[in-house]
Design a protein around this ligand. Sequence first.
Ligand SMILES: Nc1ncnc2c1ncn2[C@@H]1O[C@H](COP(=O)(O)OP(=O)(O)O)[C@@H](O)[C@H]1O
Ligand SMILES: [Mg+2]
Length: 297
Amino acid sequence: MEKAIQVQGVRKAFRDTTVVDGLDFEVQRGEVFALLGPNGAGKTTTINILTTLTAADSGSATVAGWDVVTHSTEVQRRISLTGQAAAVDDALTATENVVMFARLAGLGRTAAKRRAADLISQFDLTDAASRMVRTFSGGMRRRLDLALSFVVTPEVLFLDEPTTGLDTRSRRALWDIIRMLANAGTTVFLTTQYLEEADQLADRIAVLHDGKVAALGTPAELKARVGGDTVELHDSRGELHREIPTDGTVADLRRALDLLDEDGEDGVVSLRRPTLDDVFLAVTAPADNTRPVKEIA
Ligand SMILES: Nc1ncnc2c1ncn2[C@@H]1O[C@H](COP(=O)(O)OP(=O)(O)O)[C@@H](O)[C@H]1O
Ligand SMILES: [Mg+2]
């Protein structure tokens, strides 16, 4: 089956600064794919190339089966992208904005109103539904902008740092909507600086570092890469004293605790599972810089 996104050797520099330096990855249809990287890593640049807003210097990419350069109109017809808040009219209410957007997307009057009501509620804008957007806070604008990108369900939905600047509740509401769309078959390509977000949402994650995909896999695969679970013992000041690898079974946890007991260790025991933070550190650290471990049993 044809891939939702194919990227081959994509490079892009601004003047003499190379931002992406030979990107290669594929996204399956219906997949939620997260591009993870810190500020300035090239996430927006990548999204701009895939959504036909920026031309790559070299390499090629297809979205929904179409080349982003030679068939940009075909691509544009099949995607939607957040951050196009330029579409928001300050002199209209939130509802009016969504209805207008839905009408432009080809929905009938009744369908557009119904869609607007649903989205206004999903994005927690009900109280502000009939207020002019001019009076909105930054967070409210952001939610309205997101709502607009959900008016029609595209083949591939691009979300550039969708939850940046959202409070916890709105962030969780958005995660639910993204999951719902993905379950219904939409391919979602999102960028994020939040490891937790990628972990929660993504089927697969690509870690962007030095303009390249430094690691790619399911959250579980990436975590497995930095080792399995460990039993940790912290002293009263919170310092890590012991770290014992474990497979997490009852028998093995008992073995680890017995070991601590035999050695007369005192302190607070916890089970630690690798997080994507560990992955990120492992992938982006210089080769000789491993996580300090006091002692391994
Ligand atoms: N239009 C542009 N002109 C010059 N430099 C740019 C332009 N767009 C992005 N950059 C630079 O490219 C780098 C990556 O930017 P960006 O793709 O926005 O990263 P991210 O979205 O991961 O934060 C940054 O150093 C940024 O300053
Ligand atoms: Mg960005």
